[in-house]
Design a protein around this ligand. Structure first.
Ligand SMILES: [Zn+2]
Length: 61
């Protein structure tokens, strides 16, 4: 799916960022794709670590 560049600017996504499309009743919702933490499913402050997505609340030692 190709989005108009204006829409990407509005969403704050770069050209290559993934977008997620889902439906809610009769609405189609378009979101910036955010990888979720493998452990707790949060999408805040996630980082990729050795191929896994984890959130900042997990402390690596
Ligand atoms: Zn987590």
């Amino acid at each position: 799916m190709v989005l108009p560049i204006e829409l990407r600017h509005t969403l704050g996504t770069a050209e290559k960022d993934d977008l997620k499309i889902f439906t809610d009743g009769e609405q189609v919702i378009l979101r910036k794709y955010q990888p979720a933490c493998s452990f707790c499913n949060l999408t805040d402050n996630v980082i990729k670590f050795k191929g896994k997505v984890i959130c900042g609340s997990i402390k690596m030692r």
